[in-house]
Each structure stands twice: as structure tokens, then as C-alpha cells.
Ligand binder design. Structure first.
Ligand SMILES: C[N+](C)(C)CCCC[C@H](N)C(=O)O
Ligand SMILES: O=C(O)CCC(=O)C(=O)O
Length: 459
């Protein structure tokens, strides 16, 4: 096997390909000693371990002997924050606080031991001349930095001080380095759900007064969206102003061909989309035909004097993780194939955009976006003929999971309930209905709602 041998003082432990090893070694942030779960799995498969790492490929590791609990190697298993197949190992040795080989500085950051290139360190100097802390912008001229050499390094508690050969002095906090050097950053742990799992829990929600009047309230709304992919703000005035008083706390609305905020009265075909009828709608993501699909989909039903019209929600990341587990090749096809979506209205509009059905983070392999809308798929001109059957099989496999009864969570929206859905993760749909139904809908831009969440320290 192509491999890189990780050796410890006592035992040969793990084989891994260099491509796997290098990023993984630097991800020991969450590492803890190997635990029972590894041993059990190792016994089950005897010698070989198969992991999906960073969404790139399947890597094979062999564990030699039964000495899994070697002191020098620790691993982390983060089934929730990252993908359920994500795993990272790091070497735990006893390095000096800071040691340099002339090109990089080896540092102990939290639980991990990393080699930080000197160029990276100098590029991240936050002294007054290199960084403008009132505009939060870099001044350092990175490309003029060459022949970097260290004169002195000193670690004291959380502080690392470097004296460079050209006389420059940089002070870092080790915690800051740990957060910013090869790290995916803080994340709210996602709760992936299907219908039965969500039905066991109270609906993620925030009281209107709390959401509107306190930062804690707003924070809990955003945290629900990050964790579950949706949140209901309960008790809003059942008017468009009521909806906007909820969304304005988060960001301005995204102006689209449907306007800034639209009030759909069933049967009135204000735009050429099935949403304006009373027909059923299967789970889908909106605005897949835009380069950057809307970030949050907002629904607020002002009135309905008939039957049906229930809202359907499906967790796209749960569905995609299931596909990854059951049919890795289908999952990879949907991550690697761009397909077009479009919206055509009269002779005024023809929106068109290419994107992959699934997107993952290159560093962690975690899902970042699902772009699933079977209604708005444009002619499939992007897939080479020989790959077409496999693409359809993969799309069908995902569709089956998404449409399975168990994936569905149903909720009836009543006046005053403002539903906020992460349109990059959770699909929505509805059952058909009778009577007159008035539904206010609008979108919030992805970057701006995430900006609010980040500014509140949530991500
Ligand atoms: C804007 N508002 C929510 C009222 C309706 C939009 C319809 C959107 C369309 N079905 C799509 O999938 O993009
Ligand atoms: O009518 C509904 O509840 C949902 C409509 C919809 O799916 C949409 O506007 O995209």
C-alpha cells in the first residue's frame, strides 16, 4: 500500500497515505486518546480500517497489532460536527514549547503539535505596523517577505513572542494561533434529523418578543437555524411588517425577481411558479438557478380558510449523509457534477446557474450546501454522455432518500408563526390545499445572516 509510516517510540501504529496524513496531523485539535470505539471497529475488521477523510477519497489504514492505545498517538472522532466519517489522528509527542527547523516553527497548540511555516507566522503578524486594528485589515506586504529567519522565540503561558532576524518583533497568543492555524473554526454542532427524530423534540422556536427585544433571543433563533436548519419565531403580528420586524433583526431581505417580500394569494399567479398555485410541492431548495441561492427562506402564513397546505421540511444534510453512508459513489457524483437550474418568466427573465447538487468543505469533508430542485433543473447539457446513466442513478438515490416518508417533518403554519429555513440545508414543500391561503415569503442573503451569526459569536 502506498503509505507513510507513522512511528512512535514503541510500536509501528498506523499507515496512511501522505495526502491523508498531512491535513490530519494538523487537525488534532479535538484529539483525545483512542477509545473503545476504535478498538471495537478494529477488531471487527481485524487489520484494516476504511475512512472517508476530507471528502476526498477513501483511505485505507492498517493498524498493526492490538496496541491501539499507544501513548504517542491520539485520534479524534467527531461524528457530529464534521461528517460522520471524519477522523483525524495526531502525534502527541513532547516537543519543546517552540522549536524551529529554519523553515517552520513547531508549536504545541492546545492538544496538537503543528509545524507552522515561518511565512505564515510573519504573514499573520498583528503588530501595529503590520495590521490596522481599527479597520481590521492587513498592512503587511506578504510578497516582500523572504529570507525569513528567527532570532529568538519565547513562550510564556499563552504568549508566543518572536524576534525576527530583521529586528521585527511579533507577539501572538497561542489560543489565537490554535483558532486560526489550519482549523475549521468554531462551529455550532448540527443536529441532523429525520421526521421521527424531529417529532420527538419541541419545534425549534423563539418567542417573538424575545427575538425582537433581546440579543439573547436573536442568538437563540440563529443558533436553532445553525443547529437544526430552521426555527419558528412565534407570536409575530400577522402582517408583512410583522414578518419584516423578525427578519430585520437578522439582515435586510434579498431582493429577487419576486420582489423584496412577496405575499402569495393562492391562485393569483403573480409569477410563473407552481408556488403560486394550490398544488402540492415536493421538498426542494429555492433559487437554485441563482449563483448564490438564497440563504434563508422565510414563510409567514397570514390566513387560510381551507384544508391542507401544511409545510413539509426535510433535512438535506441528513439525507446526504445517508447517501454518503449507503452509496459513496453516488454521493461523490453529486459532489463532483455541476448541473444547471433555471427560472423563466415571460420574455423578461431567464435566470440560469450551474452548481453541484451537494457541496462539501474541502478541509473537513462536512456538507456545506445542497442544491436540490427537481422542478427547476434545466436541460442537462453539462454531463458527458457516458456519465449520464450514473448521474441519473445518483440523483435518483438522493431523491429516494429525500422523498421517503421518514425524512419528512410536517408543520402547519398558523398566523404569527414566522418560519426561517436554512435554504442551503433544509428543503421545504407543502401539501395541496383548498380555500384561500395568504402566504408571505421572502429571502435573506446567505452572507448576511451568517455575518450576523458570526458577529454574535456563534460561528
Ligand atoms: C418568493 N416566493 C417564496 C414567494 C416564491 C418563490 C418561488 C420560488 C421557486 N419555486 C424556487 O424554487 O426558487
Ligand atoms: O406554499 C408553501 O407553503 C410553500 C411554497 C414554496 O415552496 C415556495 O414558495 O417556494
Amino acid at each position: 500500500m502506498l503509505g507513510y509510516r507513522l512511528t512512535s517510540r514503541t510500536t509501528k501504529l498506523v499507515w496512511a497515505s501522505p495526502r491523508w496524513l498531512v491535513p490530519s496531523l494538523q487537525q488534532g485539535e479535538h484529539c483525545r486518546p483512542l477509545s473503545g470505539c476504535y478498538s471495537r471497529k478494529a477488531q471487527a475488521s481485524n487489520k484494516h480500517y476504511r475512512w472517508m477523510v476530507s471528502g476526498l477519497n477513501t483511505r485505507l489504514l492498517s493498524l498493526s497489532g492490538s496496541k491501539l492505545l499507544d501513548q504517542d498517538v491520539c485520534g479524534s472522532w467527531k461524528p457530529k460536527t464534521f461528517s460522520s466519517h471524519h477522523c483525524a489522528f495526531s502525534i502527541r509527542s513532547n516537543p519543546k514549547d517552540a522549536e524551529s527547523d529554519g523553515k517552520s516553527l513547531s508549536l504545541r497548540l492546545g492538544e496538537r503539535h503543528v509545524q507552522v511555516p515561518l511565512l505564515w507566522l510573519r504573514d499573520h503578524c498583528r503588530c501595529q505596523s503590520c495590521y490596522n486594528s481599527s479597520t481590521f485589515q492587513k498592512n503587511v506586504d506578504t510578497y516582500s517577505l523572504d529570507n525569513l529567519a528567527l532570532l529568538e522565540t519565547n513562550v510564556e503561558g499563552d504568549a508566543l513572542s518572536i524576534k525576527w532576524q530583521d529586528g521585527h518583533i511579533t507577539d501572538y497568543s497561542l489560543q489565537w494561533l490554535d483558532q486560526n492555524f489550519y482549523s475549521p473554526g468554531a462551529q455550532v454542532e448540527r443536529f441532523l434529523w429525520d421526521g421521527p427524530r424531529m417529532n420527538e423534540k419541541p419545534v425549534p422556536s423563539t418567542a417573538y418578543e424575545h427575538h425582537v427585544n433581546s440579543d439573547d433571543g436573536l442568538k437563540s433563533t440563529l443558533k436553532n437555524i445553525l443547529e437544526y436548519g430552521f426555527c419558528v419565531v412565534e407570536g409575530a403580528p400577522a402582517t408583512e411588517e410583522g414578518t419584516l420586524s423578525v427578519t430585520d433583526r437578522i439582515s435586510f431581505p434579498l431582493e429577487t425577481v419576486y420582489g423584496r417580500s412577496s405575499v402569495m394569494v393562492s391562485g393569483e399567479m403573480e409569477h410563473s411558479d407552481t408556488a403560486y398555485t394550490s398544488m402540492p410541492l415536493g421538498p426542494h431548495i429555492d433559487t437554485t438557478y441563482c449563483t448564490l441561492p438564497a440563504g434563508i427562506q422565510v414563510f409567514h402564513c397570514f390566513s387560510h380558510n381551507g384544508q391542507g397546505g401544511e409545510t413539509l421540511l426535510v433535512d438535506g444534510f441528513k439525507a446526504a449523509e445517508k447517501l454518503r453512508r449507503l452509496h459513496l459513489s453516488h454521493f461523490n457524483t453529486l459532489v463532483n457534477t455541476t448541473i444547471p437550474h433555471e427560472y423563466i418568466e415571460g420574455s423578461h427573465y431567464h435566470l440560469y446557474s450551474l452548481g453541484t447538487v451537494l457541496s462539501t468543505d474541502l478541509m473537513t469533508g462536512a456538507l456545506t450546501q445542497i442544491r436540490f430542485n427537481p422542478y427547476d433543473r434545466a436541460p442537462l447539457r453539462t454531463v458527458p454522455p457516458q456519465d449520464i446513466p450514473h448521474f441519473y442513478d445518483s440523483y435518483a438515490a438522493l431523491t429516494n432518500i429525500i422523498r421517503s416518508k421518514d425524512s419528512a417533518f410536517w408543520i402547519k403554519l398558523n398566523p404569527g408563526m414566522v418560519l426561517l429555513v436554512d435554504n442551503w440545508r433544509v428543503m421545504h414543500g407543502r401539501s395541496s390545499f383548498t380555500g384561500r391561503r395568504v402566504l408571505n415569503g421572502l429571502y435573506l442573503p446567505r452572507d448576511d445572516w451568517m455575518s450576523r451569526a458570526r458577529a454574535m459569536g456563534l460561528v
